[in-house]
Ligand binder design. Structure first.
Ligand SMILES: Nc1nc2c(ncn2[C@@H]2O[C@H](COP(=O)(O)OP(=O)(O)OP(=O)(O)O)[C@@H](O)[C@H]2O)c(=O)[nH]1
Ligand SMILES: [Mg+2]
Ligand SMILES: [Zn+2]
Length: 318
């Protein structure tokens, strides 16, 4: 288990204070919610196992809370401070689930194996854009990139760089690109997301070797790791900034999203939004559509527009 034990968690270089709260207690930062208990760190770096007051919404990693000690290393959470940003998804019943709070950056990790899914990446990008967090694409396992093998060459990931997304190439195994990654993470709160087995926890182990999180051994049969991450956990980086590890996903549902928001979530569409003949154009089959015109001019790719259309038509891609 990749648990953040109080001993294992590094003290951050700087601590931000939560805004003033009317609830009694002191400020705390949620490291991990184990469902039966929540690890909350106080302003001095001590970690307390907390329960939550009834009627509170679910607390998540990155939440700033007010809490009160109860006994030596235990406490109770009284309130959640307003969240600046949330990464959320819809569950199979279309209920919104918040995955993490107060994040500045969403690192979408992909790899040649298990083979990446560009539609999944597109959905994460939309979620990041709509959350107001900066998305970054991390192509891990660069040691496995094979320029000759279809699907493992990473060529289709190049279009993300072309439309302006920062793309980092890393190999957790061979310690490649880790310095650039560390630089991108400094003094920000970031979360690693992506399919199971792409190397999210391995990247954290490279950044914080003293943690030694258990990582998955990829079984060739299932493609799934056996030490797969099961809880979302916040770690402090040595040079400032926090990094949240999250369990791998097979699917990522956005939940109901208004067409206008969806279109904004495709960053390269933005210059054309508002220029269509119809104000409520959904950019599907309407005449006089500026987005379609950009497609004809080759500024917007067929694949990305198809991805948008699938989401606009209510598809989840699974
Ligand atoms: N070749 C290669 N293998 C890697 C690299 N990074 C991680 N792996 C291997 O990929 C497997 C899965 O790594 P994890 O770090 O557990 O992947 P994860 O994304 O955290 O997976 P979940 O916790 O299930 O979401 C392990 O066997 C790692 O050794 C890399 O850069 N190159
Ligand atoms: Mg993991
Ligand atoms: Zn249009």
């Amino acid at each position: 288990m990749s648990a953040a034990t109080p001993e294992a968690v590094e003290k951050p270089a700087t601590r931000r204070r939560a805004g003033a709260s009317s609830s009694p207690g002191q400020n705390g930062l949620v490291l991990v919610n184990y469902s039966k208990s929540v690890l909350v760190e106080d302003d001095t770096g001590s970690v307390y196992r907390c329960s939550t007051r009834r009627n509170l919404p679910q607390v998540v990693s990155g939440d700033r809370v007010t809490w009160e000690p109860v006994g030596a290393q235990e406490g109770v959470i009284n309130a959640i401070e307003p969240r600046n940003t949330v990464l959320q998804r819809a569950d199979s019943a279309n209920r919104i689930r918040v995955l993490a709070a107060n994040i500045d950056q969403i690192l979408i990790v992909a790899a040649p194996h298990p083979v990446h899914d560009v539609f999944l990446i597109d959905r994460y990008l939309v979620a990041a854009e709509l959350a107001g967090a900066t998305p970054l694409l991390v192509v891990n396992k660069s040691d496995l990139l094979d320029p000759r093998a279809a699907g493992t060459s990473g060529d289709d990931l190049k279009e993300y760089a072309a439309i302006g997304y920062v793309t980092l190439m890393t190999s957790a195994r061979e310690n490649v690109g880790i310095d650039d990654l560390a630089q991108a993470l400094a003094n920000r709160t970031s979360i690693l997301v992506g399919q199971s087995g792409v190397g999210k926890s391995s990247l954290i182990n490279r950044l914080l070797p003293e943690l030694d999180i258990l990582i998955g051994k990829l079984s060739d049969a299932s493609g799934k790791g056996c030490h797969t991450t099961t809880t979302t956990t916040l770690y402090h980086l040595s040079h400032g900034g926090d990094l949240i590890d999250s369990p791998g996903v097979r699917d990522f549902r956005l939940g109901e999203t208004a067409p206008a928001d969806l279109a904004r979530g495709f960053r390269e569409f933005r210059p054309y939004l508002g220029l269509c003949r119809f104000q409520d154009c959904r950019h599907l089959s309407e005449p006089g559509c500026a987005v379609k015109e950009a497609l004809r001019k080759g500024v917007i790719s067929e694949r990305r527009l198809a991805s948008y259309a699938q989401l606009a038509n209510g598809g989840t891609g699974t």
